[in-house]
Design a protein around this ligand. Structure first.
Ligand SMILES: Cc1cc2nc3c(=O)[nH]c(=O)nc-3n(C[C@H](O)[C@H](O)[C@H](O)COP(=O)(O)O)c2cc1C
Length: 240
């Protein structure tokens, strides 16, 4: 079982976020997983130019390391999104990855995988980061197992390091346990509503998003979205 930690800190493996993500990986490894880290700071990763080619053609116009990150995400069973809290949100590096991954949200590639979030902060805004990265993982298809954060007092003094480490290692073990048991997490309303929106978007633009349309049809998601109950009738397209 493979765990991939995607770290969006500009400090890479030297930063406070990597330290906590490393403890999650340690916990997962102690439960039998193999762990790999993808430090975005060490990669060549440009900004999204907003051209929309990824959505039309399935690949980005910028030639850089993005395909390597996506391949590593597809190959992993467990995915940790790790970012420092920057002005109540994720780092620019992490946001670049997410924006450059916009087409993946149309065709969720992380179905069947389990995810978790790590952030480090000075104590303000970490819940926004956890909420956002968790939502991204879930809309990408992963089941959200949990999150862990640590508060640093500048520059590098972590509050309650033993407690953060214990929670992080436990989260790593939980990730492995969830995958081993194939634990089923109910989809949250917010995730289902995002999928409903995407279904409408893809349906209305099916001549442009041909591949997305074919993918959703193959998944049966026009008939019934995961996380919704069978109604005994076709759910989509609605009668108007
Ligand atoms: C540009 C910038 C913005 C930051 N914004 C916040 C913030 O909004 N809230 C907070 O608690 N800490 C903030 N911090 C502190 C970092 O989140 C904290 O130092 C974190 O541990 C850095 O992790 P890293 O070493 O992995 O990069 C900010 C730091 C920087 C450099």
């Amino acid at each position: 079982m493979k765990l991939l930690a995607v770290n969006g800190s500009p400090h890479g493996s030297e930063g406070g976020t990597a330290r906590i993500a490393g403890w999650v990986a340690d916990g997962a490894c102690s439960a039998g997983a193999e762990a790999e880290t993808c430090d975005l700071a060490a990669l060549d990763l440009g900004h999204c130019g907003g051209c929309g080619r990824c959505m039309r053609a399935g690949s980005c116009a910028i030639e850089d390391d993005l395909p390597r990150v996506h391949a590593a995400m597809r190959a992993a069973d467990l995915i940790v999104f790790a970012s420092p809290t920057y002005v109540f949100h994720v780092s620019g590096l992490m946001k670049d990855l997410i924006d450059r991954s916009a087409a993946l949200f149309h065709r969720p590639p992380l179905e069947g995988k389990y995810g978790a979030v790590v952030t480090s902060s000075a104590g303000m805004g970490e819940s926004e980061v956890i909420r956002y990265l968790g939502l991204c993982l879930e809309v990408l298809g992963a089941a959200m197992v949990g999150a862990v954060w640590g508060t640093y007092r500048p520059p590098t003094r972590l509050w309650d390091p033993a407690g953060v480490r214990r929670r992080a290692e436990q989260l790593g073990r939980d990730l492995v346990g969830a995958a081993q048991e194939q634990r089923a997490y109910p989809l949250r309303d917010e995730v289902v509503s995002k999928r409903r929106f995407l279904r409408e978007l893809i349906w209305q633009n099916r001549k442009i998003f041909r591949e997305d349309f074919a993918d959703w049809r193959a998944r049966g998601w026009f008939d019934r979205l995961p996380g919704t109950y069978p109604t005994g009738r076709r759910e989509w397209p609605p009668e108007r």
